[in-house]
Design a protein around this ligand. Structure first.
Ligand code: ADP
Ligand code: MG
Length: 166
C-alpha cells in the first residue's frame, strides 16, 4: 500500500514518526530515502521518541550504525551515505537484522528494495522547495509484505492527521 503525506516543520515530521512507532514490531525494516537534508534523521528522532528511547538520535554517517536500546523495541539506525561503503553497510545491516532483536532503520539516498526482506516499509522524503523558503516535505510511505498488509488500516489511521491518502 502507498500513502502520501506532507509535513511543514521538523517537529511535525518528528510527530509523524512518533505516530508510526506504536505500529512497529520486532524485526521491522524501514528504508528512508531522500536527499541530504530531506528529514530522514528527523523522522528517526520521532520514531525513537515514540518507542520511548532516551538516547540522542543523530546521523550515523560516521559511525555506520547507532543503536537506541532504551525503548519498547531496540533500534539499529544505519546510514548509507558514502557509496564506497555500501557493501560494508549492507552486510552490517543484514547482520544486525539476523542477530539483533531490533527494528532496522536504514537511511539511503536511493531505494534499494531488492536488498530488503519481503516485509518492509519505504519512506521517501522530498523537499518541495529546494530554495528553502518553504519547509514542506512530501513524504510517501510504501508498505510491502504480509506483515504490513495486516497493519494497513492502522497505518492509514496513524498517518491520517498528515493527510494520508492512498
Ligand atoms: P537527512 O537525514 O535526510 O539528511 P536531517 O533530518 O538530518 O535530514 O535534516 C533535515 C533538516 O531539515 C533539519 O535541519 C530539520 O530541522 C529541517 N527541516 C525543516 N523542515 C522540515 C520538515 N518538514 N521535516 C523534516 N526536517 C525539516
Ligand atoms: Mg540523516
Amino acid at each position: 500500500m502507498d500513502l502520501a503525506v506532507r509535513t511543514t516543520t521538523a517537529e511535525e515530521t518528528r510527530a509523524l514518526g512518533t505516530a508510526l512507532a506504536p505500529l512497529l514490531r520486532l524485526h521491522d525494516v524501514i528504508l528512508l530515502t531522500g536527499e541530504l537534508g530531506a528529514g530522514k534523521t528527523t523522522l528517526v528522532q520521532g520514531i525513537a521518541r515514540g518507542l520511548g528511547a532516551q538516547e540522542h538520535v543523530a546521523s550515523p554517517t560516521f559511525t555506520l550504525v547507532r543503536e537506541y536500546v532504551s525503548g519498547r523495541i531496540p533500534i539499529a539506525h544505519v546510514d548509507v551515505y558514502r557509496l564506497d561503503r555500501v557493501q560494508e553497510v549492507v552486510d552490517l545491516a543484514l547482520d544486525e537484522l539476523e542477530d539483533g532483536d531490533c527494528i532496522l532503520i536504514v537511511e539511503w539516498g536511493d531505494a534499494v528494495e531488492e536488498l530488503l526482506p519481503e516485509d518492509h516499509l519505504v519512506v521517501e522524503m522530498v523537499t518541495t522547495d529546494p530554495a528553502g523558503f518553504d519547509d514542506t516535505r512530501a513524504i510517501s510511505v510504501h508498505a510491502e509484505g504480509a506483515g504490513w498488509d495486516e497493519r494497513a488500516d492502522e497505518l492509514a489511521r496513524a498517518l491520517g492527521p498528515w493527510g494520508a491518502s492512498p
